[in-house]
Ligand binder design. Structure first.
Ligand SMILES: *[C@@H]1O[C@H](CO)[C@@H](O)[C@H](O)[C@H]1NC(C)=O
Length: 381
């Protein structure tokens, strides 16, 4: 599959050159015998996010009923759209992930959704995933053959020190009970991811690599215990943030061999959703190529400090702040997207999760109608 994607990307790049030179016919010879890199079987991945309807960027509130907590799981288009990938990997996660509590029996207080609060991280309170909702999500996942990656709350039990820096040890008890519930129901989670955008400088909140590493070891032990009698062992992913070389290297050093299976990172290389230059950036190959440094540096960091681990893009939406209303859901965006799929494959990325399957302006499916946007079809190529 990696080879296929790479070839498509290559053809696509050439098409660009051809169009510029206004040559209508050309012959492309592809040497199919040389393998540049290999992806996993579930390279294609899309995300489901936690943002509630009250999430707005400027004057626009593009999430509606597209959150993990309120999405219409019975919409007929949804199941068909997922099934068509055979299989699609879905990563459940996003900014509010580190404020999610799991409504297991032991939680001890009412299970309530996110609400807007002044001073809350990203402007919201904690929000609760009820086990009834988790059951329904898994019904959809099983019906559609989805390969599930679930992002856990990595801030639980920590406290804000200053300037967005969070300290203290991770309180694993709620996550542990949630994973235990998941196993008891036989829900096949393929991979558990620890935290969202807490690495390096962090987005909203950050945690030092040393503390983070210690907590990842705790999670590894929990998974070891809870899955001890299971035939398959889920992967452990971390840190689901923006790549910063020192922080990522330190995480691998602190955790050591065999603890982190996958180093996940996020890509938003087109600027904010209202950036007037997004169009020009997408049409500029040199601009698009800049992010190759990040892919290369992560590949080198893994080779040097954690060869047992591999790289995934755990979330990539092109432009941040919910995407661009005028571009992220149009054909133009495909140029960015195909370029990314090719670039990621070339640098040995094993999976690439598009933000989002549905929700915001960058959904593969339209958040209101569930009708596929142009990018939906790009992944089939
Ligand atoms: C951890 O969190 C649980 C609730 O999820 C709480 O009951 C427990 O007291 C906490 N443990 C510590 C050490 O703070």
């Amino acid at each position: 599959m990696g080879v296929q994607i790479l070839l498509v990307w290559f053809v696509y790049s050439l098409t660009g050159i051809v169009l510029c030179q206004e040559a209508p016919y050309t012959t492309i010879i592809i040497q199919g015998s040389a393998i540049a890199a290999e992806t996993s079987d579930e390279f294609v991945c899309a995300t489901l996010d936690w943002w509630p309807p009250e999430k707005c960027n400027y004057d626009q509130c593009p999430w509606g009923q597209a959150s993990v907590l309120n999405l219409d799981l019975n919409h007929p288009f949804l199941a068909s759209a997922i099934k068509a990938f055979n299989p699609l990997r879905i990563r459940v996660g996003g900014s509010l992930q580190d404020q999610v509590v799991y409504g297991v029996e032991t939680m001890g207080y009412p299970c309530k959704p996110f609400s807007k609060i002044a001073g809350g991280l990203f402007g919201f309170s904690k929000g609760c995933l009820s086990m009834a909702r988790w059951d329904n999500l898994n019904l959809l996942f099983q019906k559609t053959g989805t390969v599930v990656t679930f992002g856990l709350n990595a801030l639980h039990g920590r406290h804000h020190i200053r300037n967005g820096i969070w300290g203290g040890t991770w309180n694993s008890s709620n996550a542990r009970d949630f994973i235990e519930y998941t196993i008891s129901k036989g829900y096949p989670v393929d991979s558990w991811e620890f935290g969202n955008e807490l690495s390096g400088q962090g987005i909203g909140a950050s945690v030092g690599a040393e503390q983070y590493g210690k907590d990842v070891i705790v999670l590894r032990d929990i998974l070891g215990q809870l899955y001890r009698s299971s035939s398959s062992r889920p992967l452990l992913l971390a840190p689901g943030g923006f790549f910063e070389q020192q922080w990522y290297a330190q995480l691998l050093q602190v955790t050591g061999p065999g603890v982190v299976d996958v180093m996940t990172h996020h890509i938003y290389n087109l600027g904010g959703g209202r950036d007037p230059n997004i169009k020009n950036k997408i049409l500029d190959p040199q601009y698009l190529n800049r992010i190759a440094d990040t892919f290369r540096d992560l590949e080198l960091t893994i080779q040097r400090h954690g060869p047992w681990s591999s790289a995934w893009v755990g979330e990539a939406g092109g432009s941040f702040n919910s995407g661009s209303r005028l571009i992220s859901n149009t054909f133009l965006n495909s140029i960015w997207y195909l370029d990314q799929l090719g670039m990621a494959s070339k640098y040995n990325t094993k999976a690439y999760c598009r933000q989002t399957l549905i929700g915001g302006n960058y959904g593969l499916l339209d958040a209101e109608t569930f009708i596929p946007n142009p990018d939906y079809y790009r992944q089939g190529t």
